[in-house]
Design a protein around this ligand. Structure first.
Ligand code: NAD
Ligand code: UDP
Length: 335
């Protein structure tokens, strides 16, 4: 058995899939989650997949005493920090809630880690830190910017981590910039469970295919892309999960490290291509209307994946058909 990893936000979409990947790689996992955007039944579902139920601590990353107790009672070797809020639109209306959860939450976690001399961290950043792309594919040295509090919170935590790395010897930090995570575990046991009406394309398409919404709104067909609709680099969540394990292993072998790396496929798909792929996977037709651009959206975005391949020996394996098939299987699981 390898070491014990604390996964904050491990009951959520990406954290639960990464917990599966960690357990399958031989790590022990302790999940810390306040369940503000997830449900505890995910723990039994993880156990059904891996045969091991991760230990669960219900709590908030902003609770200092809870963190201290957790680090005192568990031999944590490293932390994967997923816990945070992620709805871009909501962040514009509730900036303080976002800064408190995402920025303050990270600072509290880092203080507790420092105190407990745990200095290995894998952090969930986002391709949103690149702002409107000046050049594609997006390489890690592309200038960063943000247009909403969610994006700012990611930029701020990236900077805090850099300051910490420079100030204190021995930190091993991976800042992983995700492109668009989609899909679900192929078992159909865990996946993405957006609350209310989804903001993101893939869960919305899945719900239209399932008959939960009559039609999809396609936000703009006048972008400078082959069919005019927005292009994104969709990455299967299990590929993303394996990227985390690779980043952890990379950090484990370093004396100190500040790694910043994209996790994407390097290939973009348009909204219309995604609709067609999902129709194929689900054998349902997906009705849609072209409507105005969504404010704040960019036209196209995909990753330069060379650094991830070079540093981590990792690349995404799963294509768009698997992403859609797995998302569709998950959509049809009775809840
Ligand atoms: P998610 O909402 O499914 O998971 C986040 C989990 O964190 C939830 O289980 C929630 O209950 C928990 N949580 C939130 N605040 C907490 C707190 N203060 N203390 C303890 N637990 C808390 O989201 P996700 O899609 O799995 O995203 C995980 C991380 O990846 C987030 O930091 C997000 O910003 C980042 N990210 C996500 C995407 C995406 O498209 N899903 C893209 C880029 C980056
Ligand atoms: N999109 C859309 N209709 C929707 C949701 C999204 O046309 O209901 C488009 C959106 O404009 C973008 C792409 O789908 O071009 C991906 O959007 P998503 O919100 O999933 O990811 P992000 O924009 O954050 O990369």
């Amino acid at each position: 058995m390898r070491s014990t990893i604390l996964v904050t936000g491990g009951a959520g979409f990406i954290g639960s899939h990464t917990t599966v990947a960690l357990q399958e790689a031989g790590y022990r996992v302790v999940i810390l989650d306040n369940l503000c955007n997830s449900k505890p039944d995910v723990l039994d579902r993880i156990a059904q997949i891996t045969g091991i139920k991760p230990e669960f601590v219900e709590g908030d990353v902003r609770n200092d005493r809870g963190l201290d107790r957790l680090f005192e009672t568990h031999a944590i070797a490293a932390v994967m920090h997923f816990a945070g809020l992620k709805a871009v639109g909501e962040s514009t209306g509730q900036p303080l809630r976002y800064y408190d959860n995402n920025v303050s939450g990270s600072v509290h976690l880092l203080q507790a880690m420092d105190q407990a001399s745990i200095k290995t961290l894998v952090f969930s950043s986002s391709a949103t830190v690149y702002g409107d792309p000046q050049k594609l594919p997006l390489a890690e040295d592309h200038p960063r910017s943000a247009t909403n509090p969610y994006g700012h919170s990611k930029l701020m935590v990236e900077d805090i981590l850099e300051d910490l790395y420079r100030a204190t010897p021995g930190w091993r930090i991976a800042r992983l910039r995700y492109f668009n995570p989609v899909g679900a575990h192929p078992s159909g046991l865990i996946g993405e469970s957006p609350q209310g009406v989804p903001n993101n394309l893939m869960p919305y398409i899945a719900q239209v295919a399932a008959g939960r919404h009559p039609r999809l709104k396609v936000f703009g067909n006048d972008y400078d892309t082959p069919d005019g609709t927005g292009v994104r680099d969709y990455i299967h969540v299990m590929d993303l999960a394996h990227g985390h394990v690779a980043a952890l292993k990379y950090c484990e072998h370093a004396a100190q490290e500040l790694l910043t790396v994209n996790l994407g496929t390097g290939r973009g798909y348009s909204v219309l291509e995604m609709i067609r792929a999902f129709e194929h996977a689900s054998q349902k037709s997906i009705a849609y209307d072209i409507v105005a651009r969504r404010p704040g959206d960019i036209g196209a975005c995909w990753a330069d994946t060379r650094l991830a391949a070079e540093k981590l020996g990792w690349h995404a394996d799963k294509g768009i058909a698997e992403m859609c098939n797995d998302a569709w299987r998950w959509e049809n699981v009775p809840t």
